[in-house]
Design a protein around this ligand. Structure first.
Ligand SMILES: NC(=O)c1ccc[n+]([C@@H]2O[C@H](COP(=O)([O-])OP(=O)(O)OC[C@H]3O[C@@H](n4cnc5c(N)ncnc54)[C@H](OP(=O)(O)O)[C@@H]3O)[C@@H](O)[C@H]2O)c1
Length: 250
């Protein structure tokens, strides 16, 4: 199992400390189509992930609270409406899949959430939602779990630049605390898991995979949701990063 891997980002030379793993240096071989459940499908990362899964030939179930936010994907995406905080709904959604990708978060202004709490989403949605997904996966024998958290949490806590550390402490503290709990849920799950830790997410049309490092190395502090989505779609069908926390940057 590699300890670190990356794709050359858009022709820029790689720094010497970043290791390139052949399995990602060349286009990943297409794996047999999988049935993949995406939890958090209506968010920016969820949508980018669905697009990448479809590109890779997988079948997708998009799970979200409001199905109307998920129309327009066509017949290869099944939409299932449900709340990740309701275990019975999660249980029904997980059954019959080969893998689950979680891109849960709070779709509200971070400042508002910090000052007044989230208006429409529970503050512990990441950890409690993940706990429900894990329980359902264990019940139904679904083994592969890929979870998007954040760079600067868990294994990369000490690697965060000072300015971001301040932002985590002041602006994002409760959300970061819940992401820490979420990572523990994943690590303790006993499943075949991968934790993906992107740096700041942006919405630009970057091609290819991001720089992916299981040693917590990053090339910069931005990465596109589309690149992250491609990594998540890769991780459901590959054993490259099993049991690893992987920093993603561009
Ligand atoms: N923003 C960044 O720069 C950044 C950087 C690194 C990591 N991250 C992390 O990456 C993750 C995804 O970020 P994002 O900005 O792409 O996502 P996002 O747009 O905030 O989307 C979050 C998703 O979670 C869903 N969700 C929330 N509560 C739910 C519930 N009770 N039941 C079902 N679904 C629920 C939302 O659905 P609704 O439409 O129903 O709300 C939405 O689909 C987050 O954990 C975030 O912290 C973000």
């Amino acid at each position: 199992m590699p300890t670190s891997s990356t794709l050359p980002p858009l022709g820029r030379p790689l720094p010497s400390h970043v290791h390139v793993t052949p399995s990602l240096e060349t286009p990943a071989p297409r794996v047999a189509p999988l049935k993949v459940l995406v939890v958090g499908a209506s968010g920016g990362s969820g949508r980018a992930t669905i697009e990448a899964l479809l590109d890779a030939g997988h079948q997708v179930t998009a799970y979200a609270r409001h199905g109307a936010a998920l129309q327009g994907w066509g017949p290869r995406v099944q939409v299932v409406e449900g709340d990740v905080l309701v275990p019975e709904q999660v249980d029904r959604a997980v059954q019959g899949h080969d893998a689950v990708i979680i891109t849960l978060g709070i779709r509200e202004s971070a400042l508002r959430v910090r000052l007044f709490g989230a208006a429409r989403t529970a503050m512990n949605v990441r950890s409690l939602g993940t706990r429900h997904v894990v329980a359902a996966m264990l019940r139904h024998g679904v083994r592969r779990l890929v979870v998007q958290t954040s760079f600067g949490v868990g294994e990369t806590r000490d690697r965060l630049p000072r300015l971001y550390r301040l932002m985590f402490q002041l602006l994002l503290k409760p959300q970061v605390a819940d992401t820490e709990r979420q990572e523990r849920e994943v690590r303790d799950s006993g499943l075949d898991w991968v934790i993906a830790q992107p740096v700041n997410l942006v919405d630009v049309r970057d091609e290819g995979l991001p720089c992916a490092s299981a040693r917590g190395e990053v090339q910069g502090m931005q990465v596109s949701r589309r690149q992250v989505g491609r990594f998540l779609a890769h991780a459901v069908g590959s054993s490259d990063y099993l049991g690893r926390s992987v920093a993603l940057s561009a």
